[in-house]
Design a protein around this ligand. Structure first.
Ligand code: NAP
Length: 305
């Protein structure tokens, strides 16, 4: 069978695309790697910025998304996509068990993962003071002292956001210059409650039940110190799950698939939705929005081809 659309990934973008695909009566399947829908949000302690569900856990929100899909009789296939190729206009997906699926269009919604520091304490205290999303978790650190690690746009924007909520924000950057755009950096440095620790790296994240301090090393002087914080936001970039698509669709230098709001890539019939595509704000709501936009673009493509 040749499906109208195959959706790869079952995070908010993939599930939203599935809902729109069923409602548009497109033949489709959703391929999910873990056998568990929801993507990264499964591990989010509390989601307070998705309209209509204040305080819901990421896990419970995933269940709701999945129930919505099940109500519309979406077909989910468990498996990891290990190969993706084009046979003329047909998109071919091969799973780890060798199963092969074909479609006229494909939506790549395979997400990405925040890059980790890989220091002692990071994994153990994840969700217990270690966060990879300031806009998701910042509100839990009201009037507290936190650190942001990184020097790119996300780190600087996160630190500006946190400076409005937290008592003090330390920004720990491994060099003596930010990578982020100047206007954001200037805005950050105007805040009295922000301190930048230049040329510094986190060597360990400490705490028994929750984060209470960081061990820091100045890479120029070799000096080490202990910084008391209750939270640490790690913003050292993302690793998009785009490896197997890279030879077919255009990606930027960080591996994100280049696509705008319509989710169209440089290859007709291939769409990228959610965290995997180039965009400014990677959130549940923008991923869900992408799913809807991608299916609309799929319908347009199918009508014209
Ligand atoms: P990024 O630009 O790649 O910056 C990552 C930062 O983390 C860099 O400062 C890097 O240091 C540091 N870093 C990387 N690995 C590290 C490690 N192991 N230990 C310590 N520090 C480490 O990533 P991003 O800030 O997540 O942004 C991703 C993309 O989205 C960028 O292209 C960005 O411009 C874009 N974006 C744009 C906007 C906007 O236009 N408003 C907003 C957000 C994001 P070095 O500087 O030393 O390499």
């Amino acid at each position: 069978m040749i499906y109208d659309v195959i959706i790869i990934g079952s995070g908010p973008a993939g599930l939203s695309a599935a809902i729109y695909a069923q409602r548009a009566e497109l033949t489709n399947i959703v391929i999910e790697k873990t056998g568990m829908s929801g993507g990264q949000i499964i591990n989010t302690y509390e989601v307070d910025n998705y309209p209509g569900t204040p305080g819901i856990s990421g896990f419970d929100l995933s269940v709701k998304f999945r129930e919505h899909c099940d109500k519309l009789n979406t077909t989910f296939i468990n498996g990891e996509v290990v190969e993706f190729k084009l046979e003329d206009d047909i998109k071919v997906v091969i799973l780890d068990d060798g199963t092969r699926y074909q479609a006229k269009t494909i939506i790549i919604a395979s997400g990405g993962l925040p890059r980790h520091l890989n220091v002692p304490g990071e994994e153990r205290l994840s969700g217990l003071g270690v966060s990879y999303c300031a806009t998701c978790d910042g509100a839990f650190f009201k009037n507290k002292t936190v650190a942001v690690v990184g020097g790119g746009d996300v780190a600087v924007e996160d630190a500006i956001f946190l400076s409005r909520i937290c008592e003090r924000v330390y920004v720990i950057h491994r060099r003596d210059e930010f990578r982020a755009i100047k206007s954001s950096v200037n805005k950050l440095l105007k805040n009295d409650n922000v301190t930048v620790l230049w040329d510094s790296v986190v060597e360990s994240i400490n705490g028994t039940e929750t984060v209470d301090s960081l061990d820091i090393k100045n890479v120029k002087t070799g000096e080490t110190s202990n910084l008391k914080v209750e939270g640490v936001f790690i913003a050292v970039g993302y690793i998009p799950n785009s490896q197997i698509f890279k030879d077919i669709v255009a990606t930027d230098e960080s591996g994100y698939i280049i696509a705008g709001e319509s989710c169209e890539t440089n290859v007709p019939g291939i769409f990228a939705a959610g965290d995997i595509r180039t965009k400014d704000l990677r959130q549940i709501i923008t991923a869900a929005s992408d799913g809807a936009n991608a299916i609309t673009a799929v319908e347009r493509y199918l009508n014209q081809n």
